[in-house]
Design a protein around this ligand. Structure first.
Ligand code: BGC
Length: 945
């Protein structure tokens, strides 16, 4: 009896405790992520990392402890039973990269999890909404399926793309299904269909990797697609990246992973409500044909689709596949290594209606999507059965209104459709993608009736389907300047256009490669605009897989066919710069630990070739500061003086990569290496100064670019910084107040202008509309950032067609300056992942207000400022459990108020210092309004504005 009483009272106490918990904290736990992804399926990380975000309307809210529950079923989680892992209450403010420490995770396991936190007052939050992840097939032996293909699937050859391979199998399920999961991938690209429905919404899977090292597989929950009784599964397989002849390289078959051959593998595991799991696998019991509608599919070339060959019902049970052949087992795929897809898949994210249609020649219709975009078109096709219509895609028009295709080089970007019936048909391609603003439609001439006028397409016959790696949006920017809003618009669209599993240089010509120099330059901009964590987590292994034995990073990754190229300054250095960005912005130390050896080997390689610490030898492909001012074509424009001397650029990057390696080593606890590379960095700096820098701060070559690099990579002694900055600004004179920089230095120049007291110069450059400038591109009609400042000039026409993309992100790297300087949000690498950050807007030009919202890994940061009535008003939002240092223009602390009261005395924030016309405050989480009476600033800041 006594025992019962004790138990009862313990239960009551627990229940009361629970009540107290529920009524407790105002903090909410939101946005649970596992390995950066929302409810990922089929992961192969055995100790996955968990993230969440805290929300609170209270200022200064913090997490002081957390408790994570991971359960093997939803029911268990609902009853607060973490049978896989109950972390217990852990005193910690950690909300990102919490490593799962529960029971060992095995293939196929499904995990439900939730989090509760304790706030600064020790009050517990409510439990978060539940989230899930599932494990993939962790062991090679888990794959019971075999790689299969069609007997006629030859290695890729000069004949070009072959008809798509179709594969199918009928099967029966006895009884109701509890859960069905499919693990699937192919080489090159596949689509999976089940009982007449498409599985998943991903496009172009599996995405580009070094296929003979890693092929990403996809996991789908298909419980809702299978039925008790007769079922059928089918796949369409085309060549994709592995079967392409890209940018003019005629690759020998034996240089391609798996010789450029096709293969398909699928394993479907069906758990019935009662009984044993049934597994459907690819093997030679599958049927196959190449007689289907897709006569060819090519990333660059486009698709040929003969609708007369469609086989209705082929992906349903009951279809007669008697004319099909037995599939063959693709022995050549032995050794393939399926790995989970870490990044968000490529998906349709937007649709664009054409803004107009013209007919520059009889029967040639040109649709204008109004925006340079990447994806393909959905077409309503009219005409008699057998009519062949053609869609050609281009970014620009010729003077006569026809499409301009010379810059596409070998990429045809042409889809051909042959009609099946006399009625309207809808067509959308499958295994290709195009970069375009204009679509030319031909072949639609027909008279519905003899006496009727010919059919004229309608604007609504075409719909632009925009797709890319669907990394979530992170940044939203707006300001009072229409021009700068347009520049940001072009930057966001150029980013959408160049994320197709890998970061590409361009999406239209026969290239679309993972050029390292371009993303090295653009990576921080990309991170401000989108959550790139999943995307880079996928691509950095591609970079490592493409690294040469001697340590050279490639020029582009994946680079899967040989190791002839690489080791180029600024390009290869993406191998250090991008992982470091990942660390600064997402605080990802596991990635650093995985990447460290590779980064170190790269720096060692450069050092081994250049023991005197000046990178003058072994400069790889010597791209230097690509597309610098010397390459512009305009009467009167200087032909020399823009290109930084290659050894100056190379040595600057050598120093930068070495410093990053030293910092990486420090973060992951490789103390000796941190010292060693720290010393090397100092040595390179000293050598750089001795050899290339004059006592008056002039740098060899006297180029804007050279100064920008030396300043940005902190290579100069303090006393020379202002002198070098002055030379940099002086160099605008030769160019009538313009930049002469290339893709590696334009954004760095902007950043260093602001950092060195020339903020107004930076604003002036961004506001130019004259040649060359971002505004000039807009004046010439750009809707995305161009490869060249002068890609097209009204009156002069196009630059040389060989290298003239109108969707190239490198010069869009100025987005970093817009975020860091106009909005003022800056990560702090000493407290990475925005645990602490700075907000330091640098108003200038004629901008009167700007607002930026950045969804960091720890929550949304807002910087929203306005100049009005002689005041500078700054509204900031600092996410819960983070802190910020806020800088704003001010003469002294007394001229600043916070929420209407004198900031210097305020208990809300802590005044730190006045420096260079700015007041600095330490700020805890929450929303605050600062107002600075800048009219009281006599000559300083206001003059600079
Ligand atoms: C690409 C560039 C790239 C370069 C190397 C070009 O073909 O489009 O953006 O970085 O090659 O110089």
């Amino acid at each position: 009896m006594k025992r019962l009483a004790i138990i009862l009272s313990a239960c009551m106490m627990l229940a009361l405790g629970e009540c107290a918990v529920m009524a407790g904290s105002s903090v909410n736990v939101k946005e649970l992520r596992c390995e950066y992804r929302v409810n990922p399926l089929g992961i192969d990380v055995v100790r996955p990392r968990l993230n969440w975000i805290l929300q609170s309307s209270q200022r200064g809210q913090k997490q002081t402890a957390y408790r994570v529950l991971v359960a093997g079923s939803r029911e268990k989680l609902n009853s607060d039973e973490g049978n896989l892992w109950d972390s217990g209450k852990v005193k910690s403010d950690r909300t990102i990269h919490l490593v799962y420490e529960g029971r060992p995770l095995k293939s196929r396991m499904r995990c439900w999890w939730k989090v509760r936190v304790w706030d600064r007052d020790g009050k517990a939050s409510a439990w978060s909404e539940p989230a899930t992840w599932s494990m993939g097939l962790l062991e090679p032996s888990d794959w019971k399926a075999q790689w299969i293909a069609n007997a006629k699937d030859e290695p890729v050859n000069e004949a070009g793309p072959m008809p798509a391979t179709m594969l199918r199998k009928s099967f029966t399920i006895d009884g109701p299904v509890k859960r069905a999961t499919v693990y699937v991938t192919g080489l090159g690209l596949y689509e999976l269909h089940l009982n007449g429905r498409r599985v998943g919404d991903h496009i172009l899977a599996p995405e580009f990797t070094v296929y003979d090292k890693r092929i990403q597989y996809q996991t789908f929950d298909v419980t809702d697609l299978v039925v008790s009784g007769d079922n059928a599964v089918g796949s369409i397989l085309a060549d994709g990246w592995n079967g392409e002849y890209f940018f003019g390289m005629t690759l020998r078959q034996d240089q391609r992973p798996f010789k450029g051959r096709r293969g398909f593998i699928m394993q479907m595991e069906i758990e019935p409500v009662d009984g044993k799991t049934q597994t459907i696998v690819t093997d030679k019991s599958w049927r196959s044909t190449r007689d289907g509608a897709i006569r060819s599919g090519s990333i660059y070339g486009g698709e040929v689709y003969d609708a007369r060959r469609e086989m209705p019902g082929w992906e349903r049970s009951g279809f007669d596949d008697g004319m099909w052949h037995q599939a063959v087992v693709a022995d050549y795929m032995a050794g393939a290594n399926p790995a989970w897809q870490r990044n968000e898949p490529i998906r349709v994210v937007k649709e664009l209606q054409p803004v107009k249609m013209t007919e520059p020649k009889p029967g040639v219709y040109v649709f204008d999507l109004g925006q340079n975009m990447v994806g393909w078109c959905r077409l309503k096709v009219h005409g008699r059965a057998g009519t062949t219509v053609k869609l050609r895609h281009a970014e620009m028009l010729n003077d006569d209104g026809t499409i301009y295709t010379a810059n596409l080089r070998g990429a045809k970007q042409t889809d051909i459709y042959i009609k099946r019936t006399d009625g309207e048909e809808i067509y959308e391609p499958h295994f290709t993608y195009h970069g375009f603003r204009y679509v030319e439609l031909t072949g639609v001439y027909y008279r519905p009736w003899r006496y009727m006028p010919p059919y004229k397409p309608k604007v609504s016959d075409v719909l632009g389907r925009v797709f890319h790696s669907a990394s979530p949006d992170a940044g939203h920017f707006q300001c009072s300047s229409d021009l700068i809003n347009k520049i940001m618009h072009m930057i966001v669209w150029v980013q959408r256009g160049n994320m197709h599993g890998i970061p590409t240089d361009c999406p239209q010509r026969d290239e679309r490669a993972g050029w390292m120099g371009d993303i090295q330059s653009f990576s921080q901009t990309a991170i401000f605009n989108m959550d790139m964590a999943g995307f880079f987590s996928k691509w950095l292994p591609d970079v490592r897989d493409s690294q040469a034995e001697d340590g050279r990073y490639p020029n582009f990754a994946p680079m899967d066919h040989d190791r002839w190229a690489g080791g180029t300054p600024a390009w290869a250095d993406a191998g250090t710069v991008v992982p470091w960005r990942m660390y600064q912005n997402y605080g990802d130390t596991r990635m650093l630990a995985e990447h460290y050896e590779s980064a170190r080997r790269w720096v060692d390689y450069v050092h081994s070739k250049n023991p005197n610490m000046l990178w003058e030898k072994a400069q790889g492909s010597k791209f230097n500061d690509w597309l610098n001012g010397n390459t512009l074509v305009m009467e009167g424009w200087p032909k020399t003086g823009g290109a930084v001397p290659p050894r100056v650029l190379a040595t600057a990057f050598f120093a930068h990569s070495t410093e990053i390696v030293a910092k990486m080593a420090a973060v992951i606890g490789r103390t000796d290496d941190a010292k060693k590379y720290g010393r090397l960095f100092e040595g390179i700096k000293a050598a750089f100064n001795e050899k290339y820098v004059e006592p008056d701060g002039r740098i060899e070559g006297n180029t804007q670019a050279g100064y920008a690099l030396a300043l940005q990579f902190n290579l100069l002694p303090d006393e020379l910084r202002p002198k070098a900055a002055k030379h940099m600004v002086k160099e605008f004179e030769r160019y009538n107040g313009h930049m002469s920089t290339g893709i590696q230095t334009s954004h760095r120049l902007m950043l260093e202008l602001t950092r060195n007291g020339y903020n107004n110069e930076a604003h002036r450059l961004l506001n130019l509309r004259t040649f060359p400038s971002w505004g000039f591109m807009i004046e010439q009609g750009a809707t995305t950032i161009w490869e060249r400042w002068d890609g097209y000039v009204k009156g002069r026409g196009f630059q040389e067609p060989i290298m003239n993309s109108f969707n190239h992100w490198a010069l869009g790297s100025v987005g970093e300056w817009i975020w860091r300087c106009i909005i003022g949000i800056n990560p702090d690498e000493s407290s990475p992942g925005y645990k602490h950050f700075t907000i330091e807007p640098e108003p200038g030009g004629d901008i009167t207000w700007a607002r930026g919202e950045y969804k960091s890994i720890r929550g949304t940061i807002i910087s929203d400022w306005r100049l009005e009535n002689g005041n500078f008003r700054l509204d900031v939002t600092v996410p819960a459990n983070t802190t910020a240092t806020v800088y704003l223009p001010a003469k002294d602390a007394r001229s600043v108020t916070i929420d209407g009261e004198a900031a210097a005395e305020s208990q809300l924030v802590q005044f730190l210092v006045i420096k260079d016309g700015k007041a600095a405050f330490a700020v805890n989480s929450g929303q605050y309004q600062f107002v600075s009476l800048i009219s009281r600033l006599k000559r300083s800041y206001q003059e600079r504005l």
